[in-house]
Ligand binder design. Structure first.
Ligand code: CO
Length: 134
């Protein structure tokens, strides 16, 4: 069902500082900042030859990153994103296998303008999983 690794997301307190680390220290290609108020995050993408790194900074009062950053003072890996061909079919197969889909179970439009869903970390080896339809 899952296909390619689309990205690994890293939550940070200061996205400008994090982008600078990737751009200047690691000499990677780094995108501009994109605020996603619906998701409570600002994103920057680091483009690597085989995948991407999504840098995430909290946006607004109800950001899903707030608790994570309270527990991880230096920031840390927040989720991994796998590509799927059909997000509704994937969701229904996963639910039938007992996996929990977060939120209302309806895909939202993610950072790339494509539908995404998140799966409960307790069902996936302690890792928050994002699915993105490609
Ligand atoms: Co993501």
């Amino acid at each position: 069902m899952i296909g390619r690794l689309n990205h690994v997301a890293i939550a940070v307190h200061d996205i400008d500082k994090a982008a600078k680390v990737y751009r200047e220290t690691l000499s990677a290609e780094v995108s501009g900042k994109v605020p996603l108020p619906e998701h409570g995050v600002t994103t920057v993408f680091v483009i690597l030859p085989n995948t991407k790194i999504e840098l995430l900074e909290p946006l607004g009062d109800k950001s899903p990153l707030t608790k994570f950053l309270e527990r991880n003072a230096d920031g840390g890996i927040h989720h991994i994103c796998y590509e799927v061909d059909d997000i509704i079919a994937a969701r229904d197969q996963l639910k039938a296998k007992g996996a929990r889909v977060l939120g209302d179970g309806q895909p939202k439009i993610g950072a790339h303008g494509k539908p995404v869903l998140f799966l409960h970390p307790k069902d996936f080896c302690g890792t928050l999983v994002e699915l993105e339809q490609t």
